[in-house]
Design a protein around this ligand. Structure first.
Ligand code: SAM
Length: 310
């Protein structure tokens, strides 16, 4: 049973980090004229009504950055955005804001890919898939239409590896509603890396507080999903160490300290075979997120090489 609705989360700090990282990766792939393959395994609906996401934006307190990107006024005159990924993100937001829409990852793939690239987006939930299909029919207005799939992501990754052409990326962005998804990600990446060891894999994961207040009983209890992201990365590190030479990098942002009041206090993106020097680009993005999207002084960011490229 699929109950996750990304519309309630679209545009939050985790989405911003993930989408800017995706843009930075696509910009690097675009530096070569040669076509690439891209697969968005958990695509969502592709486009989100800005008004609906705006109400949630307040809850996540990230509007300062987005408002700044839209209007170029939240960032002061001596803090111009020179980061190419952020500028490109702002450009896409401005393009879609005119249509009162906020981009999901398939819209980002549509906007930044070229007509000769081989781009795929997959969504399992029927209703979401129908909305994605509708969005895809409008993608021609902002970029390219993409190939759509309505399958289980983990089965699809396996079926599509190794892809053609042999350069490109796979974005894996599960909702992690069930603890089993952490294992499914680790398993499917383990077999994908054996078939396509030079691919750029981009995996999103949540940072969860170790304790939470039970909504029914109001009692403090340990959060069973806390620590799962860390375990998943440890497992992944073994496979990356065996099969890849390009290294494994994590970029994390937390907009507040972990606490029993908040389930997800931050998120991370793990890049396997990351593009050269992407860490420097993302360090600048993280610094701006900490400055403009923090909820309190406990916000932190972190770029960590689990394995350096060899
Ligand atoms: N990547 C999107 C973006 O950045 O705009 C957000 C995706 S959302 C976090 C996760 C999506 O995965 C949901 O729309 C959900 O319906 C879908 N999903 C859940 N389990 C799936 C599975 N096994 N295979 C494919 N899609 C799945």
């Amino acid at each position: 049973m699929l109950s996750y609705q990304h519309a309630f989360h679209a545009g939050n700090h985790a989405d911003v980090l993930k989408h800017i990282t995706l843009i930075a990766c696509l910009q690097r792939l675009n530096k070569k004229q040669k076509p690439y393959f891209a697969l968005d395994t958990h695509a969502g609906t592709g486009l989100y009504a800005l008004e609906k996401t705006s109400s949630k934006r307040d809850a996540f307190a990230f509007e300062a950055l987005l408002t700044g990107l839209y209007n170029n006024d939240a960032v002061s005159a001596n803090e111009q955005i020179n980061n190419e990924a952020l500028r490109a993100y702002a450009g896409l937001l401005q393009t879609l804001a005119g249509k009162s829409l906020y981009p999901g990852s398939p819209a980002i793939l549509s906007y930044f890919s070229r007509p000769h690239d081989n781009v795929h987006a997959n969504e399992l939930a029927s209703q979401m898939y129908a909305e994605l299909d509708k969005a895809n029919r409008t993608f021609g207005d902002i970029g390219n239409t993409v190939h759509l799939h309505n399958r289980d992501a983990f089965e699809l990754i396996n079926a599509m590896m190794p892809p053609k052409p042999n350069r490109g990326l796979v974005l894996i962005d599960p909702p992690y509603e069930q603890a089993i998804e952490y294992q499914a990600v680790a398993q499917s990446l383990s077999s994908a890396l054996k078939k396509w060891s030079n691919g750029l894999y981009m995996l999103w994961y949540p940072l969860l507080s170790p304790t939470r207040i039970n909504r029914q009983t109001k009692a403090l209890e340990s959060n069973p999903k806390a620590g799962q992201s860390e375990n998943m990365l440890e497992r992944l590190k073994v496979d990356v160490g065996q099969h890849c030479t390009g290294g494994m990098l994590s970029i994390e942002f937390a907009n507040q300290a972990p606490s029993s009041q908040v389930g997800m206090y931050g998120s991370g993106v793990c890049l396997i075979n990351p593009p050269f020097q992407i860490d420097a680009c993302l360090d600048e993005v993280l610094a701006l997120l900490v400055k403009h999207v923090s909820l309190d002084e406990n916000a932190l960011s972190n770029t960590k090489w689990h394995i350096k490229p060899s």
